[in-house]
Write a protein that binds this ligand. Structure first.
Ligand code: NAI
Length: 373
């Protein structure tokens, strides 16, 4: 690890247990420096508004590998245009960030740490701004809800049409979505659940268990209807199909983690002739396997595709029982496959462990996480 990276990581240990205080200080300082910035953030800041600070901190902790994170930071810059963030705001955020770090860390802070964070922040901003400036897309697309289907009390499948400009994504990527009528300026990421098409139509799978805090998901599942307008920001993520590879494919989906897997399978139906594709699709109970009928239709039409459903919480299910990560290991080894994994952080973690135990080379595994692994 370089000295620079060491300084960043070491100084971060002084504040990481105090995330709430750091965040409180950051936003208080930010809005004092420029009161106009307040209107870019959601009304309720608690937990929901903290995305910018989170993104900056994550980027800083990975800055020791600038080449690898160049594209990530450019994409982050493109994405942040949806918050109406302008070049001058970056400078103000830098001042607030350094102030917040100093006062949260207290006596342990020193000049070396200060310089390392300044340098890291400057290089992050440079890349984010370059990404934002080079982007020909609008900061976000308005999108009209076309269809909305409920599957039980907690899950919805909806389709939307992005308006005015073409929206280009790759199967396996995700976008941020805002439901401005319900929660203005709160954005949440969802995978696009269908392959790219010329109609600008995107499908999303959303689940919000009763009592969960998910504001955007709650609005999308329970309050959204055809004709409503949403906003969608530029596609991100690298869980895309490796078209050069000739390896067979393993897909592991947990719950609404099916979304990007379904998009990948749809894309394969247009290009694949030679690769066997096996999908493991897990839910807690059989009635939560909302996407199984659709997958089975694809299986009937494509001889290279097979699907194994699994349930973890219903011993009477007429199929595989247990966590989908355990079911996958029963069918292994998967050493010669390209593997795509999507679901909750716990499910992804368990599946990655199972694949590692099978000696699957890490380069053959793709996944995206929306939570901390
Ligand atoms: N909506 C979207 O576009 C996407 C959502 N996701 C994430 O997928 C997750 C899906 O959640 P739910 O639908 O509520 O599914 P869920 O949590 O009910 O789980 C469904 C399956 O995952 C397995 N599983 C869950 N936790 C596990 C653990 N700790 N270890 C091993 N296996 C585990 C279960 O056994 C079951 O087979 C959410 O965390 C969501 O953030 C991921 C990608 C896309």
């Amino acid at each position: 690890m370089s000295n620079f990276a060491r300084l960043l990581k070491e100084s971060w240990t002084l504040v990481e247990e105090e995330r709430e205080r750091l965040s409180g200080h950051f936003y208080a300082r930010l809005f004092l420096l420029d009161p106009d910035l307040r209107k870019l953030f959601p009304v309720q800041m608690n937990g929901q508004g903290d995305r910018i600070l989170e993104a900056i901190v994550t980027a800083t902790q990975t800055v020791d590998d600038p080449e690898a994170f160049d594209e990530y930071l450019r994409a982050l810059g493109r994405d942040h245009r949806k918050y109406h963030v302008e070049a001058s705001h970056y400078e103000t955020m830098g001042v607030a960030l350094l102030d917040a770090l100093r006062s949260t860390a207290g006596d342990g802070w020193n000049l070396e740490y200060d310089q390392a964070w300044r340098d890291a922040y400057a290089s992050i901003c440079e890349r984010m701004l370059a990404g934002a400036e080079a982007d020909e897309n609008p900061p976000f697309w308005h999108a009209e809800v076309l269809t909305h289907e409920r599957h039980g009390p907690d899950t919805a499948v909806l389709t939307v049409r992005a308006l005015q400009f073409p929206l280009r994504w790759q199967a396996g990527q995700y976008v941020s979505v805002e439901a401005p009528r319900h929660h203005a300026r709160v954005w949440r990421t969802y995978s696009v659940a269908n392959a790219p098409n010329d109609d600008n139509v995107l499908e999303f799978h959303v689940r919000t268990p009763a009592g969960a805090a998910g504001w955007v998901s709650g609005a999308l599942v329970r309050r959204t209807k055809p004709g409503d307008l949403l906003r969608i920001a530029a596609p991100m993520g690298s869980m895309t199909l490796d078209r050069e590879s000739t390896r067979d494919i393993l897909c592991v989906a947990g719950g609404v983690g099916l979304a990007p897997i379904k998009a990948l399978v749809e894309e394969l139906t247009t290009v694949n002739r030679t690769r066997w594709v096996h999908v493991f699709y897990g839910a807690r109970r059989p009635d939560e396997l909302y996407g199984l009928a659709g997958l089975e239709e694809l299986v009937a039409a494509h001889p290279w595709l097979s699907v194994t459903p699994a349930c973890s919480d219903d011993p009477d299910f007429d199929g595989e029982l247990g966590d989908v990560s355990d079911v996958v290991t029963r069918y292994g080894p998967w050493t010669t496959h390209d593997c795509y994994v999507s679901g909750s952080a716990g499910m992804v973690r368990a599946t990655l462990r199972a694949l590692a135990a099978d000696d699957v080379p890490p380069d053959n595994i793709r996944y995206d996480t929306f939570g901390n692994l």
